[in-house]
Design a protein around this ligand. Sequence first.
Ligand code: UN1
Length: 510
Amino acid sequence: MTASPLDDFATVLQRCGIDLTALQGSDIAVRSPIDGTELARLAALPAAHMPAVIGRSDQAFRQWRLTPAPVRGELVRLWGEELRRAKADIGHVVSREVGKIVQEGLGEVQEAVDICEFALGLSRQLHGKTIVSERPGHRIMEQYHPLGPVAVITAFNFPSAVFAWNAAIALVCGNPVIFKPSEKAPLSGLATFKALERAIAQFTAPFGDRAPAGLAQIVLGGGDVAEALVDSPQIALVSATGSSRMGRAVGPRVAARFGKRILELGGNNAMIVTPAADLDMAVRAIVFSAVGTAGQRCTTLRRLIVHRDVKPALLDKLLKAYASLRIGDPLQPGTLVGPLIDEAAFNAMQHALAQARQQGGTVLAGGRRVLAEPFPQGFYVEPAIVDMPAQTAIVRQETFAPLLYVLSYEELEQAIAWNNDVPQGLSSCIFSNDLREVETFLSAAGSDCGMANVNIGPSGAEIGGAFGGEKETGGDRESGSDAWKQYMRRTTNTINYSRELPLAQGIRFG
Ligand code: UN1
C-alpha cells in the first residue's frame, strides 16, 4: 500500500508495526518539522535498564556467532524484503519526522534495502588471506570472527539508512545490535527496526534454529542511555554518527576501555569548478548537493571553489537555478527544499550568515525564513549563497543548513589547498574534463578527504563504497567495500604440519 499525504499518520505507523500506545510517555516529544505538530510523545528507557539490555545482547552473541555467516545472510535478505515492502510507509515516516521530500525519503529506505542486499552477498565473502610462511611445513591464515554486541547511535538526518548500514553488516558478521536512534527521529528508526523484527520473526535456519532473543534491540532515550552503551566493556563496537563535538566526547571514552569505534562526524565538503568544467552539469550537481535534504546531509556541499574565469558564468546559472527552487511542504510533489529540523537549526544558519557578513562575505542569494505563514512552527529557509573573500573562520565550520560559500581561485594548487584547509575531511569533488586537473585532485597531493569525486557532487554516495572521512570527521569507514572488517575480529593462525619446530627469524633457542 502506498502512503499518500492524506493518509492518517497513525495508520502509517500502524502499518510499520509501531504501537504508539505501548511506547507512550512524557520524555521524548517528537515534532514534525513540517509544521511543528507533535507526532508522538514517547517514554525514554531509564538508564538503569541498560545493563539488562546489554546482557541480553551478550547472551544473543553466544548463539549468533555460531550461526554460519551465509545463514545469517538469510536474515538480512528477509530484512531487505520487509524494507522493500514497507518502503513507501517508512519513507513517509522519514518525511513527516525529519522533513525530507518524498523522493529523498524513499531514497533513504532504498539505501537501507541496498545495504541488506550488499550484506547478503558479503555473508559468503567474510574471508581472510592465506599467507606463505618463511618456515618449512608451516602455513599462515587469517580468519574473521564475530566481534560482539554492536551499538549503533544515529543522527536525525539519516534516521533509517545509517542504522541499516551498520546493522545489516553487523548482523552478517555475527554480532547482535543495540540501536539508539536520535531523539529527534525515533519513529523513523522504529519503523526501520520493526521491519528487522518482522524478518527475525520469520527467520529459521536450515537446521531449525531461530534467531536468538535479544539479537536486535532498540533503546529510546537521551544522553544517559547513549553513555551506558559507550562505557560498557560488553559493547565491542560503538558506531556513532553525529557532530564532531559528539565524537570528541564519545571517542576517548570508548578508547579508555579499549573498545572499538566507528565515528562518522562533521563534513565541510567542497567542490572545485575549473575552467575545463561542464558548467551546466556542475550547476545541477551543486543544486542537489547544496540544497538537497535542506543542506542537512553530512555530505552536503558547503564550499564552492570556482576558478575566477568561470565564476561569473557559473554564478549566473546558479542564481537562476536557486531562484526557481520550490521550497515548502516536503510531502507535496514538486517541492525540492523542505524545512530545517528545528528552530535551533534556523538560528544556527542565521548566526553563520551574520558571521559571514562580518567576515567580508556578500550574500548573493537566500538566507531568509519563508512560509512562517502558514507554518509558524516550521522553519523553512531560502537556500543561501554567500560570496567570501577568503576561507575565513565561519567557512571552516560546519553549519548544518543550506548555506553555500563561494571562493574564487586562480591556481589549482590554491583550490586544493582550500579544499583541505578545514578541520573536517569527509567528501569533496572536482568538476573538470582536464585529465591533469582531475588526476592531481585525486592524487596523494590532492584532496585529503575520505571521498573525492569527479564530475559529481560530494553527496549521495552509493552504499557499495566505504563511507567516511578523515580528521574531525572521525577517520573511520562504514557501509560498503571492506568496512565490514571493523565489525569482526581478525585472528592470525600459524599452523605447523611438520615434525620440526623451527623458530621464525632463524632464532636458535637451546
Ligand atoms: C549522512 O548524512 O549522515 O552520501 C549520510 C550521502 C548519503 C548518506 C549520508 N548516501 O549523502
